[in-house]
Write a protein that binds this ligand. Sequence first.
Ligand SMILES: C[S@@+](CC[C@H](N)C(=O)[O-])C[C@H]1O[C@@H](n2cnc3c(N)ncnc32)[C@H](O)[C@@H]1O
Length: 375
Amino acid sequence: MGKRDSKSSLLSHSEAKVRLLGEYIKRYLNIISNDQYTTKINIHDLFCGGGLYENGGEGSPLVILNEIKNVHFKNVARLNSIIPIDCYFNDIDKQKIYSLQKVIQNRSLFYDEFGAINFSSNDYQDELKELIPLLSGHKKEKFFIFIDPYGYKEFRIKQIKDLISSGNSEVLLWLPIQFMSRFAAKGTPTALTNIIEDLSENNKRIESSISAWEFIKWLKIGFTKYLGTNNFFVDTFTIQKDKNTVFCLFFFSSHIKGFEKMLEAKWNIDTEQGKGWNFRRNQLDLFQQIVKNPFEQNLKEYLKKKRRYNGDLFEFTLRKSFLPKHTNEILSNWQKEGILEVFQSEDQKARIGSFYLSYQYFRDEYKKVYYKLRQ
Ligand SMILES: C[S@@+](CC[C@H](N)C(=O)[O-])C[C@H]1O[C@@H](n2cnc3c(N)ncnc32)[C@H](O)[C@@H]1O
């Protein structure tokens, strides 16, 4: 398929991209609109496109608006409190914004009672200049920012840092890893030069023969180092089109709960596609050797190093891109094998099967239990 087609038709990788966006937005809106703290949600789609593709595919603005509509009527039916959800759709191409406005109108996708809807045709750099200073002044509001350009010539990682530093925002960034297949032949793709430069300082040198998967790993380590692990969370969602073509979404958050929801959305899609969690103890490989789940090994090493509390383990699990239910499964298994004990205090054990791995315990009872692993 030629380049033009990818701009007028929604291709399967873009479908997967907007699907993840929708899965995440659904969770995000449900939680945030009912957290009794947030007074308003702001969604910024900085490269929104025209909404509807020639093949009927729905782009990011339509996916976002469908989820807003769903959550609004769900909250109304459940008599939940309703907070405004404001949308900002921006695309440098005026024609696309015009088309988007028409689709939204024809399909009645946005009602005044949802919040406010805003359209603009600016260069995203100008949008960022306006948005970044706004964030820290609106602590009780939440911001979700979707960045989905064709190219990244002017894109700098500092912009992500500025966007998430206020602690009330999340960023989803689509990176053109598809250029990877040209890496070896042509050297660094110009679209990524700035990003690579930003991330190279504390990172290992990038080899021209690097595979797409290694490159994604390199980027994730680079982003994590650049942002610092104290307050920021980074994860990836990869979509493979064929052997040489990989697409990747990067998710950035400064809040562990937002991060957990993103991981849930990702696992949900992965599980449907058969790539999900498959933890079977003592699984045998072709040569009848026991294959250990790598996450189980990581967990073991982590718990053995020093005393770890439920709060530590909750964060460790998420930073490794797993969910508390995965860790629960492993811990349960260890308990059954008699190699794990969980304590509330020196002389009090916790109930069997209770591991206290949730955001609520992380926030309110970080040190409710600790774990002792024999072996
Ligand atoms: C990959 S498409 C976006 C697709 C859209 N998110 C979707 O899901 O359908 C990238 C969009 O960015 C717009 N664009 C290109 N350069 C831009 C810039 N400097 N600032 C803002 N928008 C830009 C293009 O017109 C194009 O519609």
